[in-house]
Design a protein around this ligand. Structure first.
Ligand code: ADP
Length: 241
């Protein structure tokens, strides 16, 4: 589903945010990306749907070269859903309207069908009784679940999550992680940048550990969390666990 090869990224300020990162994600696989703050996790995730340009290397998503000039990036982006730390829902639209917006405006699909699918997505994220609420009348956890439904509404093949629970009060983290766990069970291909180590261990098929722009470890959750070999990973886990 994703093949990234020797990806380097320099920001315009000269920051070398990704250093020859080579990684892949198979269809149906859940990959957790962990590491200290500033290690390049978010940058890497954002290169997977070209929210950040890469400086060199290559990234193929679903067999399509993302950085080939002939690639229609807008079309490709529709196959890749992204959920951020901040939910960014439209405040003047209800939860259901937020979920319906992209399928109507971007994919230009028929209203009736879009509405039915949006309602079923709201149920899927456990918010059947909140469809007509405006974001300001929803908790952070509920807003994030609407944001997930909004991404799913475009029927993506790949979902990217960038610290989806970091902005939430602790009691709301579980409800959002449960929705992501549900997606994993259904076989959605996902890459998740997270600080929730217990969640990463439970839900991920594979864990990537990054430090200082480099991918240092790419291994099973058991090996990463129960038997970490790399000294930098050991140090990191000793701090966060
Ligand atoms: P992480 O997600 O692991 O916290 P980031 O990918 O956000 O790490 O950042 C990696 C490095 O790139 C950091 O040194 C950060 O300061 C830098 N960086 C991130 N975004 C930008 C930007 N837009 N311009 C310049 N430097 C950036």
């Amino acid at each position: 589903m994703v093949v990234a090869t020797e990806v380097d990224k320099f920001y315009s300020n000269g920051c070398h945010a990704l250093k020859s990162v080579t990684a892949s994600i198979k269809r149906g696989e859940v990959v957790a990306i962990i590491g200290p703050s500033g290690s390049g996790k978010s940058t890497f995730l954002r290169t997977l749907n070209q929210l950040e340009e890469i400086s060199s290397g290559s990234i193929f998503v679903d067999g399509v070269d993302m950085y080939d000039k002939s690639t229609n990036i807008n079309q490709l982006r529709q196959n890749v859903g992204m959920v951020f730390q901040s939910f960014n829902l439209f405040p003047h639209k209800t939860a259901l309207e937020n979920v319906m917006l992209a399928p109507l405006k971007v994919a230009k699909r028929p209203l009736k069908q879009v509405e039915e699918e949006a309602k079923s997505l709201m149920k899927r994220v456990g918010l059947a009784d909140r469809m007509n609420n405006y974001p300001s009348h929803l908790s952070g956890g509920q807003q994030q679940r609407v944001a997930i439904a909004r991404s799913l509404a475009m029927q993506p093949d790949l979902m990217l999550f960038d610290e989806p629970t970091s902005a939430l009060d602790p009691e709301m983290v579980g409800e959002v992680l449960d929705v992501i766990k549900g997606l994993a069970k259904e076989g959605m291909t996902m890459a998740i940048v997270t600080h929730e180590m217990g969640f990463a261990k439970e839900v991920a098929d594979r864990v990537l550990f990054m430090e200082d722009g480099a991918l240092l470890v790419d291994d099973s959750p058991d090996k990463v969390f129960d038997n970490p070999a790399h000294p930098r990973l050991k140090q990191f886990l000793a701090k966060v666990l």
